[in-house]
Ligand binder design. Structure first.
Ligand code: FMN
Length: 153
């Protein structure tokens, strides 16, 4: 691990993604990695564009495969402005529900596709949590982070 800090951007509707982010941050604290958790709620794009540390995006899915309402402005502005993000390394934890089979975890997938198209580099494999499988998103998130992301920061 070379990074000293992790920026965690959260897009949530009812707080599950935030809970997962907070538990990851708690684990990061244990391994002496500083974190900043920011809810994408009218956040300025500069938070991402000017990020100096790796970024973890935790995003759920609403509507018909959309990013949560609070993150729509941010997502749309990012798409419109299309800044080069080749300096950004990012990991993605998406939340969804397989009951919505045709749009499963599209919120996170949309963020991932957009960041890829802006030349950001993905760290590890994205994880998409399925709310219908009975697992606790925050537990799964910490395990995923520990085993797939931490070493690559
Ligand atoms: C009205 C509504 C629409 C949803 N639409 C989708 C969807 O299209 N695809 C999906 O995978 N999950 C969908 N979900 C499931 C949520 O993304 C999932 O429950 C998630 O864990 C919620 O996280 P949050 O509390 O951080 O917003 C929907 C949930 C609700 C209540």
């Amino acid at each position: 691990m070379n990074s000293e800090k992790l920026l965690i951007l959260v897009a949530t509707m009812t707080g599950t993604a935030l809970m997962a982010a907070e538990d990851i941050a708690e684990y990061c604290n244990e391994i002496n990695l500083d974190t900043d958790i920011i809810e994408i709620d009218n956040s300025d794009l500069d938070i991402l564009i000017k990020a100096k540390s790796p970024v973890l995006i935790c995003s759920s899915t609403y509507g018909q495969g959309d990013v949560p309402d609070s993150a729509q402005d941010f997502y749309n502005k990012l798409k419109e402005l299309s800044p080069d993000l080749s300096h950004i390394n990012y990991a993605l934890f998406g939340l969804g529900d397989m009951t919505y089979r045709d749009t499963f975890a599209y919120g996170g997938k949309k963020f991932s596709n957009l960041l890829d198209s802006l030349n950001a580099t993905k760290i590890g494999d994205a994880f998409y949590h399925d709310a219908s499988d009975g697992s606790l998103p925050e537990e799964v998130a910490v395990e995923w982070f520990k085993n797939n992301i931490k070493e690559q920061l």
